[in-house]
Design a protein around this ligand. Sequence first.
Ligand code: HEC
Length: 158
Amino acid sequence: MKAAALGLAVLVSLLYAGPLPAAPAAPAPVEKPLDWVAAQKTCTGQVLDDCITRYFKDTLEASQLRGRLVFQYYCVLCHGPQGRGDGRAAKLHTPPPFNLTRSVAPREYLELMIRRGGEAMGRGKGMPPWGDNLTDEQIRDAINFLFTLRPTHLEKSP
Ligand code: HEC
């Protein structure tokens, strides 16, 4: 009995070690790089780069960065790394891949062109239809990225 009582006392004293220590202060939230230049410095832009998911929530900037990955993966071959229509396969196409930095087409037209391809839009069939290959989100992201290629994008977001 005595031993059991002692054991209980030890247990209770182990469990109750005085007032609980204050919880450690939460670390200050990391400054989110929401500006485009900072974003490009932070994320390498490599395909499969999880930086974008780590650093950005669902903002226009996040969509543009995801769109950049879509573009690098599917579009660069023809449209070139800066979208100037000078990709490695550009010479194979007449008319040549569009210089997307000079595009003034509205969002709706870009979407139709990307989904249906050039031929269905009465343009060159060098531009393939992507509607069956890209998700709605990928198409939306790619369009948001295309606006960043335009000279006006830093003045005004699409
Ligand atoms: C196989 C080559 C090729 C690939 C890959 C390609 N394009 Fe194109 N794209 C073209 C060609 C060629 C044109 C020009 C057609 C014309 O002017 O008649 C064009 C035109 C466009 C236009 C029309 C721009 C305007 O303002 O009229 C858009 C938008 C476009 N491409 C987006 C994309 C996107 C986004 C991707 C990737 C998902 C992509 N293209 C992949 C060849 C390609």
